[in-house]
Ligand binder design. Structure first.
Ligand code: IPE
Ligand code: IPE
Ligand code: MG
Length: 245
């Protein structure tokens, strides 16, 4: 199935959106949408890591703004994340994957924090794949945190490399591709630094229905993109060169 794909992103980000609408369309409570959405994480992560061998995946699962949702919904999400981060399940499901959490997860209840710490410790020596999990995450907060940590360290001169060193994603390449499901066309505070030259894609499918076929289609879409990074195409450069007389 992946045969037609020759150009894959090294680092792909997913903004998980549309769980609530998926549930509403089916006459279900929003929490059922989250339940289905969490299950779908496994499908997409497995495809990315083991079918397509994409080494870095960033998932935006809970923003700093999501605390404004009804307490019952937030509590459900916390419960799902807590279960998702059970060490034995995680390492069995995701061999070779190192977990890196983006966001101040210490603001969650102790059980989630404990589970997260255990998975981080259990996977810290994995080198094949990385999962950046954004929970209580905000791109603006990540930058503020980076600047504060620089001040604490007495940093007096800052360049791009310095900023990158202080991000959750230090030592990682930037995002190549960001997919936001449900048709919304915004970043909602997702990895504002790392997204600088990423290709963006906004499929209409709600996250719980974004399965293998939709992922494959999204990766084909990436392959069609022409990334220039401010330069011009190599063949255009050649065409414009003065002809030798
Ligand atoms: C994404 O689905 C999950 C989180 C942001 C936690 P939503 O819950 O935002 O679903 P919609 O956008 O209301 O459909
Ligand atoms: C963005 O989704 C945050 C996450 C996917 C975690 P939201 O549903 O919270 O974003 P808005 O409110 O539609 O921008
Ligand atoms: Mg939403």
């Amino acid at each position: 199935m992946s045969d037609a794909l020759q150009k894959l992103p090294r680092h792909v980000g997913f903004i998980i959106d549309g769980n609530g609408r998926w549930a509403k369309e089916r006459g279900l409570p929003r929490t059922k949408g989250h339940e289905a959405g969490i299950k779908n994480l496994d499908v997409v992560l497995h495809e990315c890591f083991y079918t397509y061998q994409i080494p870095l995946v960033s998932l935006y699962c809970f923003s700093t703004e999501n605390w404004h949702r009804p307490k019952q919904e937030v509590d459900f999400l916390i419960k799902y994340f807590t279960n998702y981060l059970k060490t034995n399940d995680f390492v069995k499901k995701f061999p070779g994957v190192k977990l890196n959490i983006m966001g101040d997860y210490t603001k969650f209840p102790p059980k989630l924090v404990k589970n997260a710490d255990q998975v981080i410790a259990a996977t810290k020596n994995e080198t094949k794949f990385v999962l950046n999990l954004g929970i209580n995450y905000s791109g603006q907060d990540e930058l503020v945190r980076a600047y504060n940590r620089m001040l604490q360290d007495g940093v007096t001169a800052v360049d791009r490399a310095t900023v990158e060193k202080y991000l959750y994603t230090h030592d990682q390449p930037p995002l190549d591709y960001v997919v936001r499901t449900s048709g919304e066309q915004r970043l909602s505070n997702f990895m504002l630094w790392q997204v600088s030259y990423a290709e963006l894609h906004f499929p209409k499918t709600n996250w719980p229905a974004f399965g293998k076929t939709e992922l494959h289609a999204a990766l084909l879409e990436y392959q069609r993109r022409d990334r220039r990074f401010g330069s011009i195409k190599e063949e255009t450069k050649a065409e414009d060169e003065p002809k030798q007389k």
